[in-house]
Structures are given as C-alpha cells and as structure tokens.
Design a binder for this molecule. Structure first.
Ligand code: UT7
Length: 334
C-alpha cells in the first residue's frame, strides 16, 4: 500500500511522584540490603504515590506535558489511548484522562493492558489509525501505580517497581517523513504464569462461590529473567536487521527499565557503547508501561538524548508481551 500516511512524534512528556523510597528504606519492611538490590537490579530508589495520588494524576501531568510540547491544542486531539494496568478506574483510564484534560469534544478514549510493553503497543495502534487516515492527532498516556499492587512483604518483587507516567502525542506528518521507521509487537500467553495479577471478583451469592486470589503482583523473577534474556536481545537485533539497519544507524537504545543486567544484555548483543544507552532505573525502578517514555522524555530534558537522532525502543512485560520500535526524534518534541 502506498498511500499510508506518515506519522510524526510531536511531543513527549512524563511525570513522577515526589515520594522517594530508597533501598535502605525497604530494610524496614524485610531483610534485604542496598548492596543486594543494587547489584542484582541496578536500582537504588524508586518513586511512589502517597495519599490519594494515583496513576490518573500522574497520567494527567504527563499528558499535559506532552501536549504542551507538541504544540497541538487539547481540543484537536482525536483519540486517547491509555496504556495502563493500574485498576484505579477499570472503566477506562483513557476517559479519565479525557475528562481531566477538559476536552469537550467527544472522541474515542480507551485502555490497553500490555503491561510494561504498553507504550509500544499504544504507539503501534496509534500508527495504524494515523496511517489509515482515520485519525490525525493521538495522545498515548502510559501510566502505572505499581506500588498499590505490590505485596510489600514479598522482597523478591516489591524491590523492583516504582510509579510514574509518560505520554506521547503523535500526529500525521505533513512533510511526508515517518518518525516510526519500524514497529513490532509480540506476545506469548503460554508464559502467563511468570507474572500475574488477578482480580477474581466474587460470584453471585446464588451460585457456587469462586476461588479468590489476592489482587497483588506475583512474579517468578528468575523465570522472567531467563525468558527475557533468551528472547529480547535476539529480537531487538532482528528488528534492526528487518529494517535494513545496524546499530551504527541508531543513536540511542531506550529500553524498558526492568533490570540493568537485562538492559546490558541487549546493549552487548547490539554492540552499542554505554553512552548510547538511556537508563534511569537507578532512580525510578520499573515503572511498567511508563518506563520507556519516562526514559525518553527525561533523557531529552536532561540533555542525555540529543534530538535530530534515531532511537530504538524495546520492552517486555507480563502476558508475556514484548515489542520494539525504531523511531526518529525530531527537534522540538520535548
Ligand atoms: O516488568 C517486570 C519484569 N520483571 C523482571 O524483569 C524481573 C527479572 N528478574 C530479576 O530481576 C531477578 O530475578 C530478581 C532481582 C527479582 C531476583 O534476583 P535473583 O538473582 O533471581 O534472586 P532469587 O530470586 O533467585 O533469590 C536468590 C536468593 C534467595 O535466597 P536463597 O533461597 O538462595 O537463600 C532469595 O530468598 O536471594 C534471596 N532474596 C533476597 N535477598 C535479599 C530474594 N530477594 C531478596 C532481597 N534481598 N530483596
């Protein structure tokens, strides 16, 4: 097909809560140490919501930030995609963001639950809608408040996660240059047991009761690590090859921030020098769907990611899901 419309990444933004929980703070909850956590994961601290703050608040701030950078008026947004597994409002985080932004126009707003791969799934959906000409300006908000879903007595899981939100505004590229050079998403439900989060609900009292599990994140850390270390580096390398590119064509690797050792495995497979790899896991831990857009937007804001460049995004998460995108980062997106 030749008349697909190209897509421009117009703005990126992020938001993180103020409350910092250090590895040392976690020693008040269970037996652990800063040394153990840092060497195994690369994490020193994470940000978490406090009081009534939640993923909707974080998502709103990130969205406002990205919209402002994009130069597109909120009323001109045609669609909102919320990538989130924060069950604050199961009847659509996207609608909550629509309301919070004060958008009066009635537009499609919906959620996708692809865990930590959510941003890449969202971008892929947005690209299809723009390419087909159905919608022009799409807001993707990736926001999660993992801290509310963790079992804070489980030291194998609760050390890893933090809260945060990242957002992207994408639009039809008037100049014909497509900022999404390549994008791909995958899943394999046969590995669902590696990370799970159930909301069983209760059956009608007139029927046999159902089993009820706790609604907390359960993770087989070693299993996730082995699965991802096996598939992700090869997958990212193939994404480059299938796009007719090599790592020399890429200025930045912006990976999901789950474990520094997984990030290094991808980096080594691509043969990329450390200065091309964007990491903030040390300060934020794993913020699920928000982790890639936070790394991108904060990297640009801090001057670690220069614009007028190309980046490869890659992520994986519960499901299991994974995905990657090769994108152009134009001047002015942040
Ligand atoms: O988007 C979600 C993605 N999730 C991930 O990417 C998770 C990937 N996996 C990991 O990052 C690692 O598996 C962890 C960091 C979660 C765990 O590291 P590990 O090297 O796989 O440790 P382990 O679970 O095999 O535990 C080794 C030992 C155990 O003690 P024993 O049985 O050998 O005596 C654990 O009880 O370390 C113990 N342990 C801890 N010790 C101190 C587990 N958690 C802790 C802790 N502090 N926080």
């Amino acid at each position: 097909m030749t008349n697909l419309k190209p897509i421009r990444i117009a703005g990126v933004g992020y938001s993180i809560p103020d409350t910092v929980i250090t590895n040392d703070d976690l020693t008040k909850l269970y037996e652990t140490s800063d040394e153990w956590i840092y060497t195994r994961t690369g994490i020193k601290e994470r940000r978490i919501v406090s009081g009534n703050e939640d993923a909707i608040d974080l998502g709103e701030k990130a969205a406002r930030n990205a919209i402002e950078k994009s130069g597109i008026a909120p009323e001109d947004i045609d669609m909102i995609i919320a990538a989130s597994t924060a069950p604050i409002e199961l009847y659509s985080m996207g609608c909550q963001i629509h309301k919070r932004l004060g958008i009066k126009k009635q537009i499609p707003a919906f959620d996708i639950a692809a865990a930590c791969t959510g941003l890449i799934y969202g971008l892929s959906i947005a690209k299809s809608f723009i390419a087909s000409g159905m919608y022009k300006n799409i807001l993707i908000v990736a926001t999660d408040n993992n801290s509310k879903l963790l079992d804070w007595t489980d030291r194998g899981t609760s050390i890893l996660f933090g809260d945060g939100a990242g957002a992207m505004v994408v639009t039809e590229a008037e100049d014909g240059i497509d900022d999404i050079i390549s994008i791909d998403i995958k899943s394999d439900g046969n590995y669902d047991h590696l990370i799970s989060l159930r909301f069983d609900g209760e059956n009608c009292p007139l029927v046999k009761p159902n089993d009820i599990h706790d609604s907390k994140i359960h993770m087989n850390g070693k299993g996730v690590y082995a699965f991802v270390a096996k598939i992700l580096p090869k997958y990212v390398e193939e994404l480059l090859q299938n796009s007719g590119m090599t790592s020399d064509d890429i200025d930045y690797l912006i990976p999901h921030q789950a474990n520094i050792r997984i990030i290094q495995a991808v980096q080594e497979r691509l043969g990329m020098p450390e200065e091309k790899v964007v990491t903030n896991i040390k300060y934020y831990g794993n913020t699920s769907a928000a982790s890639i857009p936070i790394a991108l937007a904060e990297g640009v804001e801090k001057g670690n990611v220069k614009l007028g460049s190309t980046a490869i995004l890659c992520g994986f998460g519960a499901g299991m899901t994974w995905g990657g995108a090769i994108i152009r980062l134009r001047e002015g997106i942040c």
